[in-house]
Every structure is written in C-alpha cells, then in structure tokens.
Design a binder for this molecule. Structure first.
Ligand SMILES: [Zn+2]
Length: 250
C-alpha cells in the first residue's frame, strides 16, 4: 500500500472511532422561544445556511408589535426548516401564577395566538409560557420547578388545553442566558453538556433532546448569527441528527 492511501485509511479509522456510539440515532430538536424579537432574522438565516430544522415557539403579541415582526413570521412560515409553535398570545405578561389560576383564560390566550400565527389544524405544537410541562400522546410530565402545591393547582389547565388539541412540549436542556439575553455557556461547553445528558439518558424521550434557547440570544449584539451556526456545526461534527418537531413523539 502506498503511503498516501495508508494515511487515508488511518484518517477514516480515526474519524469513525472519534464519533460517539450510535450518534446518528441521537437527535437534537432545536427550539427557540419568545420571538419574533431581535434574534429571529439571524436564526432564520442560520437555519437556511446550515439546512437544519428548528421549532420557533412564537408569542402572538410579539408578532403584532411591528410590520417587521409580521414579515419575520411570514418568512418563517415559508421556510422548509421551520416549525411554527405556539408560545401563547400574551406570554402571561410574565405573571404566571395569576395566568394559570384561570384555565379558561389560558385556553383563550393560546387560541388567540393560533389566530395570529395562522395555526388552524391540530395538533398545535405549543410550549406554555414559564412552564416546563409535557402533554403529548404517551408523554406526561409536570413542571418540577414550581412546587407540588402549585402544580396540583395548574394540572387542570394543562389537561384542559391538551384536550383541546394542544401538544405541550417542555425541554431537556437549556442554552441559558443572562437577564439581558446574553448566552451564558460557550458553544463548546454547551455541546459537552448535551453529550453528558445523552450519555446519562437524562431525557424525557430516549435518544431525543429538546434544546431550549431564546430569540434574543441570537441578536447581533451577541454575534447571534455566528454563534447559532457554530452550535449547529459543532453538533454536526459530533454526529447528531436534527429533528422536525412532528417526529419528536413518534
Ligand atoms: Zn417564553
């Protein structure tokens, strides 16, 4: 064997061994909440460039805030890479306990968001504002962060909206941000955390991760376009697949 072919064989073997076992079976579902805000344009550009799917859980009031935001929704709806999710009309105006004290009001708020987002056919892929709750066929999980007593009060809300055709998605891991929206973990650190979660099977659904991020993390002031592309590229390099949300609970 000539030296160059020999080196090529070694390189291929190294590439195979460096890939985690069954990485191709491990799927990351990118989900970004709260838009349209200052990061959405960069998010859409990055998805287009990297050709991977993501779900944008959008807020009705944020869509209606400006012509620019309405145009972003139209652009997102035209993209083959984007699933539009419902993240409520009002985002509870960040007063969650009061919001969830009225189950009929919660359902009305979500239905109003459906109208703004143009979602007409159930199931409506939804992430509740301020709550890490799952209600999917075969998957039920309560928010473990709000305390047992509050959860007992709110369960009726979650069940009511689920019965009305809303699929509720929480998350497995978060790319966190500070109070101004700046991402906290580096891409390298985040990818390492994701690897640990898969290895420990700390996931609601085996081999599938719902990764939570927020729109403003990807604004220009945090170099959002480059950062989002860097995350996607790093996950690709580790061999992860990227899922469309409709395939999450199959
Ligand atoms: Zn939110």
């Amino acid at each position: 064997m000539r030296m160059t072919s020999c080196l090529r064989v070694v390189a291929i073997a190294c590439a195979l061994f460096s890939m985690p076992a069954s990485a191709q079976d491990r799927t990351v579902f990118l989900t970004i909440d709260d838009g349209p805000l200052s990061g959405m344009s960069n998010i859409l550009r990055a998805l287009e460039a990297e050709k991977v799917p993501a779900t944008l859980f959008l807020v009705g009031e944020h869509v209606q805030a400006s012509k620019e935001h309405k145009d972003l929704l139209a652009k997102a709806k035209a993209s083959p890479f984007v699933t539009i999710g419902n993240h409520s009309y009002s985002h509870a105006h960040n007063r969650y306990r009061s919001f969830y004290s009225n189950a009929a009001g919660v359902l009305e708020d979500l239905e109003e968001a459906n109208k703004v987002l143009g979602l007409t056919v159930a199931p409506f892929h939804t992430r509740l504002p301020g709550r890490d709750v799952f209600r999917l066929p075969g998957v039920t999980r309560e928010d473990r962060g709000i305390g047992h007593a509050e959860d007992e009060l709110e369960k009726a809300d979650y069940d009511k909206v689920a019965a009305a055709g809303f699929y509720l998605y929480g998350w497995d891991h978060e790319w966190s941000h500070d109070s101004r929206g700046k991402p906290i973990q580096s891409v390298e650190q985040l990818v390492s955390e994701i690897g640990t979660k898969f290895a420990r099977r700390e996931l609601v659904t085996t081999d599938k991760m719902l990764l939570l991020m927020h729109d403003e993390m990807f604004s220009d002031r945090y170099d959002g376009y480059a950062k989002f592309r860097a995350l996607i590229a790093a996950l690709k390099a580790k061999g992860y697949a990227f899922g469309h949300l409709k395939d999450y609970h199959r």
